[in-house]
Design a protein around this ligand. Structure first.
Ligand SMILES: [Zn+2]
Ligand SMILES: [Zn+2]
Length: 187
């Protein structure tokens, strides 16, 4: 048995939260952590009680959906609502924060921003993080950490593909199957 690392545990939590997103353009999750404790979480979604992008379509102005409160902002606002200090806390987000969220994270006293995927990383956000002494660290979600059968599944797919390759004459189709497996398992 291998214990999941703290980074993977919090990043997995953010990925789980992103599944609650109501905006179809991008599903984002954020987890705020202090002293290895989760103090808040958020995903990008509409203002409470309002209609959702998944039901009504996005409300796009200048290429951005304006309906949603971003995951990072929702997590910070949860802290505001319940009176939880965010000073010296860290945040784990599925995607690099947008410029507005970056400013809000700095202003809330967040010390480290862990992100799983680069997403239009704004040069001004990067500059502001540097000036404020806020660290940004890329922590990709490792499926080996969250899916205990991952290795077995990967081996099984590899074996299947080898068998198909032996039996099939259609190299093009086999190639596309192999390509798909490589994408899925990043092998
Ligand atoms: Zn939307
Ligand atoms: Zn944002």
């Amino acid at each position: 048995m291998q214990r999941i690392s703290w980074d993977q545990y919090f990043m997995a939590q953010s990925h789980l939260l992103s599944l609650r997103s109501t905006c179809t353009r991008l599903m984002v999750g954020a987890t705020i952590v202090r002293d290895k404790r989760i103090i808040a979480g958020g995903y990008n979604g509409s203002v409470s009680g309002s209609v959702h992008c998944v039901d009504e379509g996005c409300y796009v102005i200048d290429g951005h959906c304006v309906r949603t409160v971003h995951a990072e902002a929702n997590a910070l606002l949860q802290c505001a609502k319940f009176g939880v200090p965010t000073e010296n806390a860290d945040i784990y987000v599925t995607h690099f924060p947008c410029l507005q969220c970056s400013k809000q994270l700095i202003q809330s006293g967040i010390r480290t921003v862990y992100y799983a995927e680069d997403y239009k990383n704004h040069p001004y956000a990067i500059q502001l993080f540097k000036e404020a002494g806020v660290q940004t660290k890329k922590v990709e979600l490792n499926y080996l950490a969250v899916d205990t059968n991952y290795k077995e599944k990967e081996m099984y797919v590899k074996d299947l593909l080898d068998k198909i390759q032996d039996l099939s004459d259609d190299h093009k189709e086999v190639k596309s199957l192999i390509h798909k497996a490589e994408e899925l398992f990043k092998i």
